[in-house]
Design a protein around this ligand. Structure first.
Ligand code: PMP
Length: 404
């Protein structure tokens, strides 16, 4: 399989590492940036830079226009009913914390239940642990199948009349599982609970339509889909965002302030206290344009095919792989017997192959797998089967190295 896009679109991919072609297999941590994103950020700072929503001059108007145009692009990309439902944050982590604070503190109470899964990233676990402590609520976990999937029966077993909120990743950053979000959302809605979707690993790879997902809230990061770091999105249904409290307070989020009181601005500005990452939003908009031109259905098919090919070839080479064989997302976690994943990653790095090793911010999942850590190779639109060849070669080199 060839890369879906020209590698030349991504300037960093032309550099070498330790004298070898850079084989970048760590896009689930952060994706590389196409030239149009780099150009958009550069252009913003060269020609448009000013603060937004504040000043009455040409640059301020243009900066505000560029910032709000990015919001419209995000709304279209995820099928939001209105740009007012799109809140810019620093990323998935801040978005999920914001929901836990702004919605959770107000609407979750003693004895209420928050339903999660054991595969959640810490960003979609710890905010709920903390909320449960503050509000005396209880966490419940949907048990996984042995190959790391969520079944509706397992979801049904824990979603009930006390459930206030279900928070799940649409795609696991370790197992590569693609979760049945619309079906779980339907179960949540049957009992009057809200469905929070961690889209950090899904929005970059799968066509996203918040209505089709049945989501009430969606969180994702710009940097995993080719945009800048430090910019992300909190999407919520307008009625929920209206009912929810702000979670950051300060400039630009108010309607009126006196010495003792304040009232809030309309959506989405009520949630955007302080100077936002304006250039980041502009860069995110450029990344979405790039992906849209490629076509998200093709991005999905390419990523799934690479994930499945890597899983199959690693398994055939006798490597311990984790999660379902297919369908699977564009990543695969693995272990080479007793060799520590950090050592694996180091030998791979010497071969020019960049992978991640560790617990992937999913320690409860490591406990469920019964391992301390794993290696992980993850793919994006600039990867092809030649990169999987390099992965398999690095596996052989590592095995040979540790046999000595
Ligand atoms: N959820 C999942 C599933 C992730 O993979 C990540 C990033 N590793 C996050 C949340 C957190 O994203 P960020 O660090 O961009 O806030």
């Amino acid at each position: 399989m060839n890369p879906l896009v020209p590698r030349e679109d991504f300037p960093i991919l032309s550099r070498s590492v330790h004298g070898r072609r850079l084989v970048y297999l760590d896009s689930a941590a952060t994706a590389q940036k196409p030239a149009p994103v780099i150009a958009a950020v550069d252009h913003f700072y060269r020609y448009t830079n000013a603060n937004v929503l504040r000043s009455a001059h040409a640059l301020a108007d243009e900066a505000t226009e560029a910032y709000e145009a990015a919001r419209v692009k995000v709304a279209r990309f995820i099928g939001a009913a209105s740009p007012a439902e799109v809140v810019f944050t620093r990323g998935t982590t801040e978005s999920l914390n914001g929901i836990a604070r702004g919605w959770g503190d107000k609407f979750v109470g003693p004895g209420d239940e928050i339903v999660l899964s054991p595969m959640e990233h810490h960003a979609n676990l710890i905010p709920w642990q903390q909320l449960a402590r503050r509000r005396e609520a209880r966490l419940r976990f949907i048990e996984l199948t042995p190959d790391g999937r969520i079944t509706l029966e397992a979801a049904q077993a824990v979603i009930g009349p006390r459930t206030r909120l279900v928070a799940l990743s649409a795609v696991s950053n370790v197992l590569g599982t693609i979760n049945p979000i619309p079906e779980v959302a339907a179960l949540a809605h049957q009992v009057g609970a809200v469905m929070v979707v961690d889209g950090a690993q899904s929005v970059p790879h799968e066509p996203t339509d918040v209505a089709a997902l049945g989501a009430d809230f969606l969180a994702f990061s710009g940097h995993k889909l080719g945009g800048p770091t430090g910019i992300g999105v909190l999407w919520g249904r307008e009625t929920l965002l209206d009912a929810m409290d702000p979670f950051l307070f300060g400039g630009e989020m108010i309607a009126y302030v006196d010495r003792e009181h304040a009232t809030w601005a309309d959506l989405p500005h009520k949630f955007e206290a302080g100077t936002p990452h304006i250039a980041g939003a502009v860069g995110l908009g450029a990344a979405l344009d790039y992906l849209q031109a490629v076509g998200m259905a093709r991005v999905r098919d390419h990523g799934r095919a690479l994930g499945e090919e890597a899983y199959r070839r690693l398994a055939e080479a006798g490597v311990q792989v984790y999660g379902p064989a297919a369908p699977r997302a564009a990543l695969v976690a693995f272990n080479l017997g007793p060799i520590h994943p950090h050592d694996v990653a180091q030998v791979f790095d010497a071969e020019g192959v960049a992978i991640r090793a560790g617990h992937h911010c999913a320690q409860p999942l490591m406990q469920w797998l019964g391992v301390a850590a794993t290696a992980r190779a993850s793919f994006y639109i600039y990867n092809g089967s030649d990169d999987i060849d390099a992965l398999l070669h690095a596996v052989e080199v590592t095995k040979r190295y540790f046999r000595r």
